[in-house]
Design a protein around this ligand. Structure first.
Ligand code: ISJ
Length: 376
């Protein structure tokens, strides 16, 4: 039997030979890419890749064949990524997405609900010089922006306890709007009722469908009946209008004060670290120098391993994925649209190469936003 160190020296020699061959293969791939660029041909040739995999691995013993195919596939993907990156360096006009530099100073900002809603607070924080206006539904916020009645809509997209606000994501695509800003707000809910109410008088509690699960423990400990309403501030308004001591609202302190309610309990959310992310949407895709997040929506081909390939491709460009979720495609049962957030700025070369590649290789992709998450 040979010494371990001796075998390892042979492995090192093989690795060095593979390295040289890898570099040679990459330079050949680049030559191919330049030829393709001249004739405006596509980089991705799935038939040629399938032929390489089949012919080069033919006749191998099955177990090693599987490993070799995976090695070949990963080398070919690296070759494609390199080609996209180099082609874009030489012909930057091939980048398929054109964000505007900045957002024109908004005059009209809409939110859903009534004054005192968390969305109003977020709208004021994002656009301090505007007087936000309210409409009854999220759909009306999106409609108003699409029809030009509002420059900006401010809506919630995610809560750290209750999760993604799916309806807002569906509306983003339905109304073809873009995310331009993001704002994370600490959410501390209180229980508010008409003046003179004691905690033991309260039997029912109303609030937004996302706020109720954030206070699940409090609601069950006090054996309260939970009633869904369109907005936390609307809940406070309802309690004021009804004047019934058995009904309380889960809302912000601001909403309780605005509707003249007594605060019976504060910070009633299950998780003390409870935050909601709000976004500002408009008709324009923008990219500001300080933006450090991009969000895309895409469909994947109906084949195994395609989602993992997309996620791997993101990592191959040295980009960090920060969030992923999916929504059903309403017109194609059991098919999904995926939403992915990742770090970077749309002016970065790595981000542009990634987006160029995904645009060329996926059946559908849309950049749905560029925004800044502070403190990074
Ligand atoms: C190099 C080419 O471009 C791409 C990369 C391939 C590779 O690295 O072998 C094969 C097919 C294409 O998807 C080519 O078309 O030959």
């Amino acid at each position: 039997m040979r010494e371990l160190s001796e075998i390892r020296q042979d492995i090192n020699r093989v690795d060095s030979a593979i390295r040289e061959l890898f570099l040679l293969r990459m330079s050949l791939a680049l030559e191919v890419a330049k030829t393709k660029a001249q004739s405006d041909d596509k980089i991705y040739k799935p038939d040629r890749e399938a032929e390489i995999v089949e012919k080069r691995s033919a006749g191998m013993e099955e177990e090693l064949q599987l490993k070799y195919v995976s090695l070949l596939q990963s080398m070919i993907r690296a070759s494609r990524e390199y080609q996209y990156s180099e082609i874009l360096r030489q012909t930057p006009e091939k980048f398929p997405f054109y964000p505007a530099e900045t957002l024109a100073k908004p005059k009209t900002v809409f939110y859903q609900g009534v004054p005192g809603a968390y969305q109003e607070l977020a709208a004021r924080a994002l656009f301090p010089s505007c007087e936000p206006q309210n409409v009854p539904t999220w759909e009306q916020v999106f409609q108003s922006v699409r029809d030009g009645k509002a420059d900006i809509g401010v809506v919630p997209v995610e809560n750290t306890t209750a999760g993604t606000v799916s309806e807002v994501y569906d509306l983003l695509l339905d109304y073809d709007l873009y995310i331009n800003r993001s704002y994370i707000k600490k959410i501390s809910h209180c229980l508010a009722a008409v003046p003179g109410t004691k905690l033991e008088d309260v039997k029912r509690v109303c609030s937004h469908p996302h706020a109720l699960p954030q206070c699940h423990s409090f609601i069950s400990e006090h054996d309260l009946e939970a009633i869904e309403v369109a907005n936390t501030a609307i809940a406070a308004q309802n309690v004021q209008k009804k004047g019934d001591k058995s009904l309380a609202a889960i809302c912000s302190q601001e909403a309780a004060v605005r509707y003249g309610l007594d605060i019976l309990a504060e910070g009633i959310n299950d998780m003390q670290h409870n935050e909601t992310r709000f976004i500002a949407v408009s008709k324009t895709l923008t990219c500001q120098p300080e933006d450090n997040r991009i969000e895309i929506a895409f469909h994947i081909p109906n084949a195994s391993g395609t989602l993992i390939t997309v996620l791997d491709t993101i990592a191959h460009y040295g980009i960090d994925m920060t969030e992923i979720h999916s929504r059903p495609l309403k017109d194609s049962p059991w098919c999904y649209v995926f939403y992915v957030d990742f770090t970077g700025n749309m002016r970065d070369h790595a981000v542009q190469s990634l987006l160029y590649q995904l645009h060329e290789e996926l059946p559908y992709i849309k950049v749905i936003g560029s925004y800044c998450v502070p403190n990074e």
